[in-house]
Ligand binder design. Sequence first.
Ligand SMILES: Nc1ncnc2c1ncn2[C@@H]1O[C@H](COP(=O)(O)OP(=O)(O)OP(=O)(O)O)[C@@H](O)[C@H]1O
Ligand SMILES: [Mg+2]
Length: 366
Amino acid sequence: MLGNLLDANRVCMSFIFLCSRNLLLAALLKYAHFTRERAPHRAIQKSKIDKARCSFENRRFSPIEVSLPVTALLTTNLGNTHLLGRGKVRDLYAVDNDLLLVATDRISAFDHVLASGIPGKGKILTQISLFWFELLTDLVPNHLITADVKEFPAALRPYADQLEGRSMLVKRAAMFPVECVVRGYLTGSGLKEYRLSQSVCGIPLPSGLEDGSRLPEPLYTPSTKGEVGTHDENISYAATVAAIGEADASELRRLTIDLYKKATQHAESRGLILADTKFEFGRTKEGIILADEVLTPDSSRFWEASAWKPGGAQPSFDKQFVRDYLESIRWNKQAPAPGLPDEVVERTQAKYLEAYRRLTGHDLSL
Ligand SMILES: Nc1ncnc2c1ncn2[C@@H]1O[C@H](COP(=O)(O)OP(=O)(O)OP(=O)(O)O)[C@@H](O)[C@H]1O
Ligand SMILES: [Mg+2]
């Protein structure tokens, strides 16, 4: 009897053991399947991101944790919303009496829009502009009404997936036909002009300045606002007076310098040099307002302060990888513009994200 009971007990234990072993095996198999399904994808993503990180010019930065959006938004389509036009980067829509600016992921170089975009770029640029609008609001009113899609007119809500994070409803202004450029350092077209005439936009400068030299004081060096495909040209202050009148010309110059000084203070607090930038202003019933994008890597040169070394090109947070690639394939800089290989896209995206993080102190999850 006892023997029978022990046997039954043994059978029972073996049964329980087998069941739990099978359950365990099933769980292990399922886990193995799960990781096999995802591992290659994760591995590719991770290695691509790592590669991009390693090739940063500024390697000491801590890595950015983001999920890469897969596709770039190159063109918006907002149904019957009145499309006013497409700039190189932004799509402009009229919404009642206001303007909807949507920053796409298009990227331009050498005055041409390239065939590939940078996924998430429009969001990064929009968020950088929003950051600055807030920081600079004491100095000049700006065009922002809202960047919150939930506050947009109801007719736009169905397009929230295209608009989220990358669009601003703004006051429509009569734009001044002047790009208000300010330079604290000598480089780019300013340097070219200096080498020819030891002056920039007619302003005489000391001798001996080199690429990347700090200027004695910030210079207002306006330029024309070129049509798509044309190059902006530096003009003298006198030429802006002739174009828009003395009162507005001097106000734009004052605002530009004041904005630059305040932005520079902030950039320096983040270990960055704001070498130069471009503002656009417009007029509304209320007066002159700051419009367009503000202090983004597309409209400004930001340099790493600790790596600054006059006498050559400074590493910057803009489209350097793109320009280098386009030079390497010897594109003749005529339409049609080529696309970009994945690696250049990813490195450029990482650079824009890095600019956002350095300027705002926050990570951006796209
Ligand atoms: N509040 C505003 N009211 C009216 N027009 C505006 C306002 N803000 C910006 N704009 C205009 O919207 C357009 C934005 O287009 P975008 O910047 O994409 O093109 P772009 O200026 O031709 O190219 P890029 O900036 O690459 O040189 C610019 O022409 C700018 O002057
Ligand atoms: Mg523009």
